[in-house]
Design a protein around this ligand. Structure first.
Ligand code: TXA
Ligand code: MG
Length: 329
């Protein structure tokens, strides 16, 4: 199970007791299992086993400087891995289980491998809300490192078919739990002393966090050469097609991603069109984002034109992912 990079048969596991038991068994033996969370599918490995974690980097072809999020079944388990100051504790109590990742100082009792932390003295922790993820973490009984289950630089997967499209033959199994409900990755907040910083907008809107902590969230240094969240490189989440944002008119040979009722000029004649949410509902739009990008990309169009999307609530995370998809590469 551990010979890295080699081809293997990828099992598709069902979301019942037998599937869960099999998934936990593979994880405990050092294998790679993709599993559903409410944000996106994660590619899991035993976070305490450096060789298993190395398998994640190999399967994803991920640059090794990029630290991974470790997933836990409870806040209690998380407190064995990281040090929670007052602010981190309040955030964990309010938003876990859920689409929030906290970057906190490593605890003396931390068992997560250096490799999963990319050698940093901080650690990214998350307690997901998805019932299958929760059951799997309980059965596995260890922190599970899991980045999104796509090849590095590609669009994050929100169902088991997306995972297999990228990773079939490169991982041991995928636990099929249907479509992810939130559709964008977790919000990442660093609590490393001083005021909490937003490293990545995501499934918990900034407004909800600011309401809880009673202050405006400062942004962590994003992009650039030494981003605080090293995964936040400017070009990421890249479909093959070029992505053109804030389109108010489109050409006939473009694929079009709409939002709401405001239809760009020429969209009727475009080769393929999908609407993230006809009602302009940002929650619905987030849930559709990655699978619609994939579908439009698969049409073969050279460019995907995207309608303007509101910046409030989940719109901040949606626009962040779209800007990355549109960045120069
Ligand atoms: O919703 C999600 O967060 C999904 C699901 C599977 O949980 N996971 C996910 O993981 O998006 P990934 O590996 O694609 O993104 C992890 C982000 C990266 O930008 C990484 O740099 C940052 O978290 N990160 C992890 N640990 C960190 C640390 N100690 N310090 C700073 N950034 C960290
Ligand atoms: Mg990712």
């Amino acid at each position: 199970m551990n010979d890295l990079g080699s081809m293997r048969q990828t099992e598709r596991l069902t979301s019942d007791e037998a599937g869960l038991a099999r998934a936990a068994d593979i994880l405990r033996r050092g294998g790679l299992v993709a599993f559903p969370t409410e944000t996106v599918y994660g590619l899991g490995a035993d976070a305490t086993d450096a060789q298993a974690v190395a398998g994640i980097y190999a399967a994803k072809e991920r640059p090794s400087f990029n630290p991974l999020i470790s997933h836990l079944d409870s806040f209690e388990s998380a407190q064995r891995q990281g040090v929670f100051d007052e602010m981190a504790r309040r955030l964990a109590e309010a938003f876990w289980p859920g689409p929030l990742t906290l970057v906190v100082p490593v605890a003396p009792t931390c068992t997560i491998s250096d490799l999963a932390r990319a050698g940093l003295d901080s650690v990214g922790l998350r307690v997901p809300a998805h019932p299958l993820a929760h059951a799997l973490l309980q059965k596995t009984g260890r922190p599970v490192a899991a980045p999104s289950a796509n090849r590095s630089g590609r669009v994050s997967p929100t169902d088991a078919d997306h995972v297999l499209g990228d990773l079939d033959g490169r991982i041991d199994a995928v636990l099929d739990g249907g479509s992810s409900q939130v559709g964008v990755e977790s919000t990442i907040i660093a609590c490393l002393g001083g005021t909490p910083r937003l490293l990545r907008p995501g499934g918990v809107p900034r407004e909800s966090i600011e309401a809880l902590i009673g202050m405006r969230l400062e942004a962590g240094s994003e992009g650039g050469k030494n981003p605080l969240a090293p995964g936040m490189l400017a070009s990421h989440y890249a479909p093959r097609a070029r992505v053109r944002l804030n389109a108010t008119s489109v050409e006939a040979d473009e694929a079009v991603l709409l939002f709401g009722q405001e239809i760009p000029k020429g969209a009727d004649a475009a080769c393929v069109t999908l609407n993230l949410s006809k009602n302009g509902d940002l929650v619905e739009a987030a849930a559709h984002l990655f699978s619609y990008l994939r579908q439009l990309d698969a049409s073969g169009a050279a460019t995907i034109a995207v309608s303007p999307i509101l910046e409030s609530g989940l719109g901040e995370a949606i626009n962040d992912r779209l800007r990355r998809a549109a960045a120069e590469r």
